[in-house]
Design a protein around this ligand. Structure first.
Ligand code: CA
Ligand code: CA
Ligand code: CA
Ligand code: CA
Length: 206
């Protein structure tokens, strides 16, 4: 008899719990935030006050740009997408790399493609190892026809949105440390003769 009573009480208890969830009257409402771009961060200006999260709504309310899944708090800044990915108020702030990434053509007519990891000059690849304030040190790809596996330095000046100049003072060095410990002969104040005795190369954005 005692056993039957326990079962009965458990039954009543279960019905009570289920009932409170089913009718919705007793559930805990909370504010949910729309996540239109699906990055897991919600729009603080688009809300619903209901018990459970509607589709495409989340509990987070910190998405400052709910139209872009690559923009959210803590995101890595992508250098060339014209979007403020990390929400610090600056677009594409990536130092030197942010300014040189893109597709360019030189004043000699050669095509250049620059990413955050390599410089491609007419099919020759220079893998970026070190990024300085106005230079990069690269290892020449093993697939290159010339100076494969050796080290190069590119120095940049007069960087603007659509144009900059560069000099490659080292292109066949045996080591990265040789470049780092050797005086750079470039003179950015003399674009005509200040790259060794040569002129700096002008790149214009395609
Ligand atoms: Ca979002
Ligand atoms: Ca977003
Ligand atoms: Ca930013
Ligand atoms: Ca960006």
């Amino acid at each position: 008899m005692k056993y039957q009573k326990s079962i009965y009480l458990l039954f009543i208890f279960t019905i009570t719990i289920l009932g409170s969830c089913d009718n919705g009257d007793n559930c805990l409402q909370q504010t949910w935030y729309e996540d239109a771009d699906g990055d897991g961060f919600g729009n603080p200006n688009s809300t619903q006050l209901v018990c459970t999260a509607p589709s495409d709504y989340v509990s987070d309310n910190t998405d400052f740009d709910d139209d872009n899944a690559t923009a959210y708090p803590g995101a890595d800044e992508i250098c060339d997408d014209n979007i403020d990915n990390n929400g610090d108020g600056e677009i594409d702030e990536c130092g030197l790399i942010g300014k040189i990434v893109g597709v360019w053509t030189s004043n000699f007519g050669d095509p250049y493609t620059i990413t955050s990891s390599f410089i491609n000059i007419n099919g020759s690849i220079f893998e970026i190892l070190v990024v300085g304030t106005d230079y990069v040190i690269c290892r020449n790809s093993l697939l290159n026809s010339f100076n494969a596996g050796l080290y190069s330095k590119f120095v940049f000046t007069q960087l603007s949105t659509d144009k900059f100049y560069f000099c490659q003072p080292f292109y066949d060095s045996e080591s990265q440390s040789y470049i780092e410990n050797t005086t750079d002969p470039t003179n950015p104040n003399d674009l005509n003769n200040g790259c060794g005795s040569f002129s700096w190369v002008e790149l214009t954005r395609d």
